[in-house]
Design a protein around this ligand. Structure first.
Ligand code: FAD
Ligand code: SF4
Length: 507
């Protein structure tokens, strides 16, 4: 008898290393839907539907390709609910000689997989996940001889190594980074193309039914589920983005608009994170658009930087710093997450917009995550671990290796600046500049203190005052701290009082 080849829910790629050299006659491909994975945080309903539906489609495809697939569904009465106990049952069923899998994406599962040798008394082969540009070791080697880590420098090395957007040994377009051109707000009346939808087929409808009764009380709605769940849908989604959205992606990357959650963003994170698309094919196809003159350099470089730069960088940070990273709390923030993060019931219009969209579709774009929900949680002094659990639960694309550094490091600045050189904080002025949210808000974005003042305004200054001992020396915070040094103690106290009163009113 051959081996069991385990494929996890975020390993749905035909090129996954655990399938390499599989013996179609003797090996068994094992795929497991288990309650443990569906419930270790209260996942958004759409996230569970995405994973289970994509897994079922992938297994059907493997069967068509001639593999022997053993697939255990969540509602199978014999399902024991955990990965370990289900693998044990499969070993007993098939009497196989060993277990082969690709390294898991999460620390928690990696440690579990490392224990199977002993706990299951079987030979376990854990193969590298080669779907990324850089291996975990490549990042560790880069990080080991640097006192400070910055995404930009890792990104440049990967651009050179992979010859992506390079002209000989120089960056295409004459610069490594066109971020300064990617900060436009959306002009009034600007037309945004409608998005391609992927209506549920029979398999997805069955999963929707299962999720609606098994996870009835989980966060979010599942009714309007429309994420790609197969490789061919993911490719269609990529083509749609490249054709209709990419040319404007750069200009309006940071913009926000009421009722327009997607703007020109790619919506490719779910497909990338579960393996329906590979980062290299996505970056190369964007590069081709630039080379053919179909998309400008600021758009293509901006897009490729998100994947070749940020996505690879956060994976390196995660695997280099776990498990201590999960408990980082460099700013000693301990407030509970306000309840409106779960129900969206708040008067702060920008937060209401971002959280409502999150509930409806399990998505909001990067600036909504970073500069609205993240910014508020950081200014309000919410515990990074509470915030991290929220992000991991509510987004359809949330897998810990990519979500945690973005939350702990980028949004909450809880890692002492390991991941990002300064905290991403702003007053209401930034949100007003990049969106039209403030026009419909109960609060006045121009007011600094008092009952009508935009809470982001006084929370911003109260945050700087409260964290001066930790952030005052940061060269990238020089401007606000120089400004603050001219304030009287009374002025500072007014902001602290406003912040205190507001924060106690939201619980
Ligand atoms: P686009 O804006 O079109 O970007 C293209 C691709 O680049 C994305 O699909 C994604 O794969 C990659 N990308 C962009 N920004 C980042 C980033 N900062 N880190 C890693 N990859 C990036 N991304 C996730 O995939 N899963 C998460 O759980 C997640 N949690 C986040 C939590 C916080 C607090 C913040 C600030 C960001 C988080 N991100 C996460 C990063 C980013 O917001 C999403 O990748 C992006 O919004 C997904 O939408 P999109 O596919 O339309 O992205
Ligand atoms: Fe948000 Fe303040 Fe603008 Fe209201 S006024 S939408 S709270 S930034």
């Amino acid at each position: 008898m051959g081996a069991i080849r385990l494929i996890l829910g975020d390993q749905l790629s035909n090129q996954i290393s655990s399938l390499n050299g599989a013996d179609k006659k003797n090996d068994v491909i094992l795929m497991l839907e288990v309650m443990e994975e569906c419930s270790y945080v209260p996942h958004h309903k759409q996230k569970i539907v995405l994973f289970l539906s994509a897994m079922r489609h992938f297994s059907a495809d493997l069967r068509l390709k001639g593999y022997r697939v053993d697939y255990v569904k969540l509602d199978d009465p014999a399902n024991t609910g955990t990965l370990t106990s289900e693998i044990k049952r499969a070993i007993d069923r098939w009497q196989t000689e060993g277990l082969i899998l690709t390294e898991p994406g999460e620390w928690r599962i990696q440690k579990l997989a490392e224990s199977w040798n002993t706990s299951l008394n079987t030979k376990v082969d854990i193969l590298p996940d080669d779907r990324f540009f850089a291996s975990k070791e490549r990042f560790k080697e880069w990080a080991s001889d640097r006192r400070t880590w910055r995404m930009e420098y890792f990104y440049r090395e990967l651009r050179k190594e992979n010859q992506l957007l390079m002209k000989d040994d120089k960056p295409a377009g004459g610069s490594w980074n066109f971020d300064s051109k990617n900060r436009k707000s959306l002009p009034k009346g600007f037309s945004i193309p409608s998005r391609l939808r992927f209506p549920p087929d029979q398999i997805t409808r069955e999963v929707l039914e299962l999720v609606s009764h098994t996870f009835e009380n989980n966060f979010g709605n599942a009714e309007n589920f429309s994420w790609p769940v197969t490789r061919s849908e993911a490719l269609e989604s990529l083509e749609h983005f490249l054709q209709d959205m990419l040319p404007q992606f750069g200009d309006y990357q940071d913009a926000m608009k009421t009722g327009e959650t997607f703007l020109f963003h790619s919506l490719l994170s779910t497909s990338l994170n579960i393996g329906l698309l590979l980062p290299e094919e996505v970056c190369r196809s964007a590069e081709e658009k630039y080379e053919n003159g179909e998309a400008p350099i600021n758009a293509v470089e901006g897009f490729i930087r998100q994947i070749l730069g940020w996505r690879e960088y956060v994976r390196g940070v995660y695997w280099t710093l776990m498990p201590d990273y999960a408990n980082s709390n460099g700013l000693d923030a301990n407030r509970k997450l306000p309840h409106f993060y779960w129900d969206g019931k708040t008067d702060l219009n920008c937060l209401k917009e971002a959280i409502t969209a999150t509930k409806q579709i399990g998505y909001s774009h990067h600036i909504q995550r970073l500069m609205v929900t993240g910014n508020f949680a950081l200014l309000a002094g919410v515990s990074p671990q509470e915030v991290e659990r929220w992000y991991l639960s509510v987004y359809s694309d949330a897998i810990e290796w990519v979500e945690m550094p973005n939350t702990i490091g980028m949004a909450m600045h809880a890692d002492g600046g390991k991941m990002a050189s300064k905290p991403y904080v702003s007053s209401g002025a930034y949100i007003n500049r990049m969106s039209n949210f403030c026009g419909d808000c109960k609060y006045d974005v121009k007011e600094k203190t008092g009952p009508k003042a935009c809470p982001f305004n006084f929370l911003y200054w109260a945050f700087l005052i409260g964290n001066e001992d930790k952030l005052g020396d940061n060269p990238r915070m020089g401007i606000p701290y120089r400004n603050l040094s001219k304030w009287t103690d009374d002025a500072k106290q007014t902001y602290l009082d406003c912040a205190e009163e507001f924060l106690s009113s939201i619980g």
